[in-house]
Design a protein around this ligand. Structure first.
Ligand SMILES: Nc1nc2c(c(=O)[nH]1)N[C@H]1C(S)=C(S)[C@@H](COP(=O)(O)O)O[C@H]1N2
Ligand SMILES: [Mo]
Length: 368
C-alpha cells in the first residue's frame, strides 16, 4: 500500500528549480520571465522575454539579405556570409520592454500587462552598425537611420496602421555611429533564436528594447527624422518643452531597481536574516547605487552591488535584511541611482503614457 503522505514528485524531473515563462499573448507569442526566479547575471536564451508585434517571419540564412539604401553614397545588399566576414564584437546589454511593469499602472492600461519580467541581460555578438554604414557611406544629409524588420502586419484598432506595415524604428545618426550598436547574429554564444530575431537583429545598448529591431532586413537612411508608426502612435511619450507637450519617441531606459525576492505577498520568517536580491539597470550609463527601504520609504540603506559596472548592462544587488521580531505586513522598496545622478522617481509621471515605468513600486510581504 502506498500511503498518501509518502508520495513525492520525482526529484529528477526537469521542473524542480525552473519556473516556466509566463504567456502574455498567443500568436504572436509574447512571454515574460518570472522575475522572482532571477538568479544569474546572464539570462539564458530560453528564459529571455519575447516581445513580438506580428507573426514571426521564417527566414533562411541562405535567402536572407540586408538592404542598405536611402541617403547613402551607394546602396548595398549584404548576405549573411558578407556580414559574417566583417569584424565581430561582443556587447553585454540589458533589454527592457518599455511596457515592463504595466500591470501595476492605475488605472489599468491597455497593452500587454507585463509584470516585472519583460527584461533580460545577454551577451550579443555581431558587426557594429557603424561599420556597415561606413561601407555604404552616409550622405551629408543623412539624419536618421531606420531599421526595418521582416515581420509585418496591420493594427485594426485605433490608432490603425495604414494597412499592412513592417515593424520599423529609427536611431539618430550620432547614436547609430557609436561602435556598441550591433547587427547581432549571436545571443549568449548561440545563433540568435527564431523568437529573438534570427538570423540578424539590431541591439541598441541602453535603449528600450523596441529600438533593437529583430529579423532585420533593411536599413533606410533618411534626410529627416522618421515619424513611423512604432515611434509616434506607439512607443512615444510626451516631453514638455516651454510648457508644450511634444510627442517624442522613446530612447534610453530609465534607471530602475527591481526586487526579485522576496516576491509580492511572499511570507518571510520573523526575526530572521533574509537576503533580499534583485537587479538594477539604467540607459547608457551604469548603476551608482541601490538603496533599500524596509519601512515603506522612511529610511533607506545601501544594498551591495555584485559584479562589475558595465554600461547598459544590469547589475545584480543584494541586501541582508533582519526581518522584524513581530509578524505583520511590510512594504519593501528598492531605488536605484545611476552614475549620471539620475534617481528613480517615487511618483508616476502620466506624460509617459503607458511606457517607461520606473517609479518606485513597493513590494508587500508578510512577516510571519
Ligand atoms: N522586427 C521586430 N523587432 C522588434 C519587435 C518586433 O515586434 N518586431 N519588438 C521590439 C520590442 S517592443 C522589444 S521590447 C524587443 C524585444 O526583444 P526580445 O523579444 O528579443 O526580448 O524587440 C523589439 N524588436
Ligand atoms: Mo517593447
Amino acid at each position: 500500500l502506498l500511503a498518501g503522505g509518502a508520495w513525492r514528485f520525482d526529484e529528477a524531473s526537469s521542473n524542480q528549480d525552473r519556473f516556466g515563462m509566463v504567456m502574455r499573448q498567443h500568436q504572436p507569442d509574447n512571454l515574460e520571465f518570472p522575475f522572482a526566479a532571477t538568479n544569474a547575471y546572464i539570462t539564458p536564451n530560453e528564459r529571455f522575454f519575447v516581445r513580438s508585434h506580428f507573426e514571426v517571419p521564417r527566414i533562411t540564412t541562405e535567402t536572407w539579405r540586408l538592404k542598405i539604401e536611402g541617403a547613402v553614397q551607394k546602396s548595398l545588399v549584404l548576405s549573411k556570409a558578407d556580414l559574417d566576414a566583417l569584424p565581430q564584437r561582443d556587447v553585454t546589454a540589458t533589454l527592457e520592454c518599455a511596457g515592463n511593469g504595466r500591470v501595476f499602472l492605475v488605472p489599468r492600461a491597455k497593452g500587454l500587462l507585463w509584470e516585472g519580467g519583460a527584461v533580460g541581460n545577454a551577451v550579443w555578438t555581431g558587426v557594429p552598425l557603424a561599420d556597415v554604414l561606413k561601407l555604404a557611406g552616409l550622405a551629408p544629409e543623412a539624419v536618421d537611420i531606420v531599421l526595418e524588420g521582416a515581420d509585418k502586419g496591420a493594427v485594426n484598432d485605433d490608432p490603425k496602421t495604414p494597412g499592412v506595415i513592417q515593424f520599423a524604428r529609427s536611431i539618430p545618426r550620432a547614436r547609430a555611429l557609436k561602435p556598441d550598436v550591433l547587427l547581432a547574429t549571436k545571443m549568449n554564444g548561440q545563433p540568435l533564436p527564431l523568437a529573438h530575431g534570427f538570423p540578424v537583429r539590431a541591439v541598441v545598448p541602453g535603449w528600450y528594447g523596441v529600438a533593437s529591431i529583430k529579423w532585420l532586413q533593411r536599413i533606410v537612411v533618411l534626410d529627416r527624422l522618421f515619424d513611423g508608426y512604432h515611434q509616434t502612435m506607439d512607443y512615444a511619450i510626451f516631453e514638455r518643452k516651454h510648457g508644450l507637450p511634444i510627442l517624442t519617441p522613446l530612447t534610453q531606459m530609465q534607471v530602475k531597481a527591481q526586487i526579485a525576492r522576496p516576491g509580492r505577498f511572499e511570507t518571510v520568517p520573523v526575526g530572521h536574516d533574509y537576503v533580499m536580491h534583485g537587479a538594477a539597470w539604467t540607459g547608457e550609463g551604469t548603476i551608482g547605487k541601490v538603496e533599500v527601504s524596509t519601512d515603506g520609504g522612511r529610511q533607506w540603506s545601501s544594498a551591495e552591488l555584485l559584479g562589475e559596472a558595465i554600461p547598459a548592462a544590469w547589475r545584480l544587488w543584494q541586501y541582508r535584511w533582519h526581518t522584524p521580531a513581530t509578524s505583520g505586513t511590510v512594504k519593501l522598496m528598492a531605488r536605484a541611482t545611476d552614475n549620471r545622478g539620475n534617481r528613480q522617481p517615487m511618483e508616476r509621471d502620466n506624460d509617459r503614457r503607458t511606457y517607461m515605468i520606473n517609479h518606485v513600486m513597493p513590494v508587500e510581504v508578510e512577516v510571519h
